[in-house]
Design a protein around this ligand. Structure first.
Ligand SMILES: *[C@@H]1O[C@H](CO)[C@@H](O)[C@H](O)[C@H]1NC(C)=O
Length: 249
């Protein structure tokens, strides 16, 4: 993990000069992730992305919601990251030296403060305006923080608020449980790792209002959880088979 973190730092530093031109094309983080994929090619964790074409087929703004397990998610992000996709951050992060430059080059959208309430608010409108102008998708972890054990935390509403405010689709992406090869609490990390990242069908929000948010959140989370259980089982089996083969060799 130490080497992995070092790779993240090195990749982020290299990405600053290399991805510089992408800023002007509103390419979001895609060039930076290409740099990361290259730097992290020694990490033997393979992520099989399914239905990636869905992410590419949605042109223009969308909210991509993804479950968040660990810093290893960056590997899955590098494999799934759609063209013209970025993240939203608090304004205060604009002043973290070094980091701020990378963030700006990835077309990060900075907002003053997130509101905990449903309904329109200046930060939300500011973000939506920037997404529309630049045709950017936003990648959000709706759990709000990493969740190291099986399952999901409750989803925060920000992503859904934004999708409804902009009347743009939500694209759920589910990453299978890393448990077969990684556990933070047990300090366990063993190669080779295998995970599945499944892109689900976009959920339209046209015509929905802020009152529909609780239902929408529940619906998206349930869909994701169901898929998560399925692909986690599959990934665990696949891992077992691979390891069994390795032992018998
Ligand atoms: C990044 O933050 C530093 C320190 O606060 C600041 O001096 C610098 O201007 C910022 N860089 C950009 C590109 O905003």
């Amino acid at each position: 993990m130490v080497l992995y973190y070092a790779t993240v730092v090195i990749a982020a530093t290299l990405a600053i000069p290399i991805s510089f031109p992408s800023y002007f094309f509103y390419k979001g983080g895609s060039w930076s992730f290409n740099v990361f994929n290259l730097c992290a090619s020694w990490v033997d964790v393979s992520v099989e992305v399914r239905n990636k074409e869905i992410l590419d087929s949605v042109k223009g703004p969308a909210v991509v919601v993804v479950n968040h397990q660990s810093s290893l998610d960056i590997i899955a992000m590098g494999k799934c990251w759609p063209d013209k996709c970025t993240v939203i951050m608090k304004d205060s992060l604009k002043w973290v030296p070094g980091f701020n430059l990378s963030a700006i080059l990835c077309n990060t959208i900075f907002v003053k403060r997130f509101s905990k309430h449903d309904g329109p608010n200046p930060a939300l409108e500011q973000a939506v305006e920037a997404m529309r102008k630049k045709g950017l998708k936003i990648w959000i972890f709706p759990e709000g923080t990493r969740h190291h054990s099986h399952g999901f935390l409750p989803f925060k509403k920000g992503a859904f608020n934004m999708a409804i405010c902009a009347q743009i689709p939500i694209i759920p992406v589910v990453i299978s449980d890393y448990a077969p090869f990684y556990s933070r609490s047990n300090k366990y990390f063993r190669w080779p790792g295998y995970a599945i990242a499944q892109v689900l069908k976009p959920v339209p929000t046209e015509g929905l209002t802020y009152e529909d948010i609780p239902k929408l959140v529940e619906n998206v989370r349930d869909q994701m959880l169901e898929e998560y259980e399925k692909i986690s089982l599959e990934a665990a089996r696949r891992h077992e088979i691979k390891n069994g083969e390795a032992k018998s060799e």
